[in-house]
Design a protein around this ligand. Structure first.
Ligand code: PLP
Ligand code: CA
Length: 304
């Protein structure tokens, strides 16, 4: 790899980088929005890239919404021209994996928000219905569906001991697939709070089952393969823009893309430098090629 230089760029240098690429992959939270607020200048930057003939894709580990709901979010936040085909979420890609790679026959037991269930159904995958367990139901007598062939775990605000217990019963069968939407440990909320991410729930299930999940979301290559299978994509001419070194930047490097860290989200420039200066070789996979303050800098560069 020619770079991993953690180089701060803007203006003419950034323009040169953008001109050398055909496809731009954006992480969502921390890059183009923070929660329900668009990053200042992000809608304009996306529009400007498209006007210059770039293809833009959105690659998010957030599994809580189905694709159609992302389209609405983009519209609500002022992104006028984003369509469903450009949005790749860990829920959509998990469903695509089960359908196209695992060619699953049988049902999925899914721990996750409604977005996960919707994407699975849209992909034609049978899902175990979530039902309220009655007062006499406990971990020893709860019903298990004999048709389950996969367990998928993702962010679930209704995660419970019972769901964990059922999932690890299904995983006793070594033929039962074990997937996780994404490995994110936590996410920032407003007011300095955080929420546990899918990775935290996956860790509980990995411990309970003594198995390791196959991770679909970033930094796994699968999301890139999912995009590449639908659009002719050359890693050499693609750029990955993200805010989290351990997922977005590692993802870009795993897929052979040039990488840009933007400082509007989770990771800091100092953290990138710590990885860069580390003696451990594997830490180099966490070092972005370039760093920008915000994707609003893209707009500024394109106007040069
Ligand atoms: N998963 C959940 C539940 C989230 O709330 C978030 C960010 O808000 C993410 C994942 C990370 O999303 P992204 O990959 O777009 O940063
Ligand atoms: Ca992010």
């Amino acid at each position: 790899r020619a770079s991993g230089g953690c180089q701060k760029i803007r203006g003419a240098q950034l323009l040169e980088l953008l001109e050398s690429k055909h496809d731009v992959l954006f992480d969502c939270d921390g890059v183009i929005w923070n929660g329900e607020t668009a990053v200042a200048g992000a809608p304009e930057a996306v529009r400007a890239l498209k006007q210059r003939g770039k293809r833009v894709f959105f690659v998010t580990n957030n599994c809580t919404r189905p694709r159609q709901s992302y389209v609405q979010k983009f519209e609500r936040l002022g992104f006028a021209d984003v369509n469903e085909q450009e949005i790749f979420s860990s829920a959509y890609c998990s469903a695509a994996y089960l359908r196209d790679v695992a060619t699953l026959t049988g049902k999925v037991f899914a721990i996750g928000c409604p977005g996960v269930h919707t994407e699975l159904r849209d992909a034609g995958i049978a899902v175990v219905e979530e039902e309220e367990d009655g007062p006499d139901v406990n971990i020893s007598n709860c019903a298990l569906d004999p048709d389950v062939r996969a367990v998928l775990v993702g962010y679930d605000e209704k995660f419970s001991f019972m769901k964990l217990a059922k999932a690890c019963c299904y995983l006793r069968d070594s033929e039962c697939l074990f997937l996780a939407t994404d490995p994110d440990p936590w996410h920032p909320l407003r007011g300095g709070r955080i929420t546990p991410g899918s990775g935290s729930l996956t860790a509980a299930l990995e411990t309970a089952s003594s198995r390791k999940a196959t991770v679909i979301g970033k930094p796994s290559r699968f999301m890139f393969e999912c995009i590449a299978s639908q659009f002719d994509l050359d890693p050499e001419s693609a750029l990955m823009v993200g805010d989290r070194l351990e997922t977005d930047i590692v993802f870009g490097i795993n897929c052979g893309l040039s990488t840009v860290l933007t400082l509007t989200g989770v990771s800091t420039f100092e953290q990138a430098l710590v990885y860069k200066d580390s003696d451990e070789a594997e830490k180099k996979d966490f070092v972005p090629d370039y760093v920008v303050e915000s994707i609003a800098d893209f707009m500024e560069a394109l106007e040069e």
